[in-house]
Ligand binder design. Sequence first.
Ligand SMILES: *Cc1c(COP(=O)(O)O)cnc(C)c1O
Length: 380
Amino acid sequence: MLNIDLHELQQHATPLYVYDLNLLRQTLQTAKTEAGKYNYHVHYALKANANAPILAEMLQHGFGADCVSGNEVKAALENGFGSEDVVFAGVGKSDAEINYALEQDIFCFNCESKQELEVLNELAEKKGKTARIALRINPNVNANTHKYITTGLEENKFGINAWELESVLELLAQLKSIELIGIHFHIGSQITDLTVFKNLCTRVNEFQDWFAARNIRLQHINVGGGLGVDYYHPEQQPIPDFAAYFGLFHQFLELKPGQQVHFELGRALVAQCGTLVSRVLYIKKGLSTNFAILDAGMTELIRPALYQSYHKIENLTSREPEERYDVVGPICESSDCFGKAVQLPETSRGDFIAISTAGAYGEVMASNYNLREKAKALYL
Ligand SMILES: *Cc1c(COP(=O)(O)O)cnc(C)c1O
């Protein structure tokens, strides 16, 4: 349950994103300690949540930045991350984004196609620079997660497929303004079955052998992010099991001498610290259900509409016996629904409703559809 006094909440307009910075700090400290046991480098995936106070905590805990757009690179640098700690991935980097990242001398471009390598080489050459790159390889590992957040299958748009690697190496031999420093993988998000990561390790080991057989030294192995969180029991498991996660890579990833391992975590670091708080506008009797109509909708949190994802919903105000509600937003879309047949204490106009585990892919995906105002954020 959200750790906030209802009288304090009354002072604020809703919808409102509330962030528990204490929980965030505990989460980051745990991740840092567990990754530190094996000297692993963690880059925070800014796309999960790029609010300045969140980025400040990431920086304070020594994480680097994983960016997927030029503006994310810019946000990382403006919020104090060193350019040597910034990596930049994405299937569709524009010339302007590449030029900006080159000018800033970022640590590494994670490159996803031959065409991108050619463009990057040309732009780097014009600037008289050498771009450090890692090849993002599509390992064809099933992440067993929602299809929209599965990224490591051959049918997905991401990365370079295994059968293209030979020709990529031939191309790289001709590209003089590019330096290959590593390989990169990111197979999907909200992965809760750790055997998926074990399968990834097996594939990475195979790719390592492939490169070693061609006498190519890779200094950096980047295994991406994707560790899931418990949307069903946010209170029981507020901090993901980082010990098991990093321990698994330690057990199954075979490294060559001197190699550095990098991770790119987003959701696992920030999801649980964020809660979307809303007021109930109306209770409407339906044919077979009651609708609790909130002042928050898919414009504030699109995950249920986009991925049919579950978020725990609680009434912070009422102590009445429970009833069942379809909890919906005010947007003119039937997909604007946070949960169907949700058991809640009898709910009335003005009650506060908390939607948990909204710290990742919540505020960053907000839109102003229906010309809605952007929700404010409160940091506890
Ligand atoms: C989205 C993304 C991540 C972070 O994924 P999470 O599931 O939030 O950990 C990491 N790397 C890349 C390349 C990404 O696109």
